[in-house]
Structures are given as C-alpha cells and as structure tokens.
Design a protein around this ligand. Structure first.
Ligand code: SF4
Ligand code: SF4
Length: 123
C-alpha cells in the first residue's frame, strides 16, 4: 500500500505535499533538477509510510490513500508513481510518458480546472 498522486497535480504542482512528508518520498522536490521537467510529483511506493500527512496538504485533492482507492480513470498513474525514480533519467522519462498518455486519453478531465478535477474522477 502506498499513497498515489493523480491528475489534479497537473497544472498545480505546488509541492505542498513535499513540505509535510516525514520521509521525503515525494519527488521531484523543487531543489531537484527534474522538477522543471515533470508534469506531476510522484510518491515512491516502497518509501511511503502511509502516514496521510500529504492528503490535507494538497490544495486540489490529487492524492489517494492506496492504489485500490484510486479511481479507475487514474489507475495508470499508479504505475507512473511506481516508475518514477529521482536521479534516473530513464525512469523519469518513462513515468512522464505514462502521464502524457493519461493526458491524451482523458481530454475530458484535462478540460476541467485542476481544483475541480478530483470531483470529476469517475469511480
Ligand atoms: S502518506 Fe505520508 S509518507 Fe506517504 S507520501 Fe504522504 S506524507 Fe509521505
Ligand atoms: S500538494 Fe497536490 S498539487 Fe501540490 S505537488 Fe503535491 S500532489 Fe501535486
């Protein structure tokens, strides 16, 4: 089990979650070189301790508390979170490719403002 960042982070990406995570498992941080390259932030599933601190910190409700609770429309982003590795250019590119495919597959969600997008996630 691990928490999962989903598409309301696209267009928001304010790193508020990074500031509250006690184990530094959300990347890229603003001080990491990949920050400018990524569409969203990613939670490392093996490092997340399921504390829940990031959820209320997120201004757009982008974070779900497990892969199982992540809505069907967001399932590919479970893989994106699991794929991303800070400092690994190949893994960064692979995770971003998953996010870009998600964006291409969901013009309906992308048409919704980030703050309203979580409400539009179909279960
Ligand atoms: S649930 Fe806790 S450990 Fe996991 S990403 Fe959120 S703040 Fe970090
Ligand atoms: S707090 Fe939410 S919107 Fe901000 S970077 Fe984290 S997941 Fe993305």
């Amino acid at each position: 089990m691990a928490f999962v960042i989903t598409d309301p982070c696209i267009g928001t990406k304010d790193a508020a979650c990074v500031d509250v995570c006690p184990v530094d498992c959300i990347h890229p941080r603003k001080d990491e070189p990949e920050f400018e390259q990524t569409s969203i932030l990613y939670i490392h599933p093996d490092e997340c301790i399921d504390c829940g601190a990031c959820v209320p910190a997120c201004p757009v409700a982008a974070i779900y508390d497990s892969p199982e609770s992540t809505p069907d429309s967001q399932k590919s982003l479970v893989d994106a979170n699991a794929t991303y590795r800070a400092g690994d250019a190949g893994a960064v590119a692979q995770a971003e490719a998953i996010v870009k495919a998600h964006v291409a597959a969901h013009p309906d969600l992308m048409a919704v403002a980030p703050a309203e997008r979580a409400a539009a996630h179909a279960k």
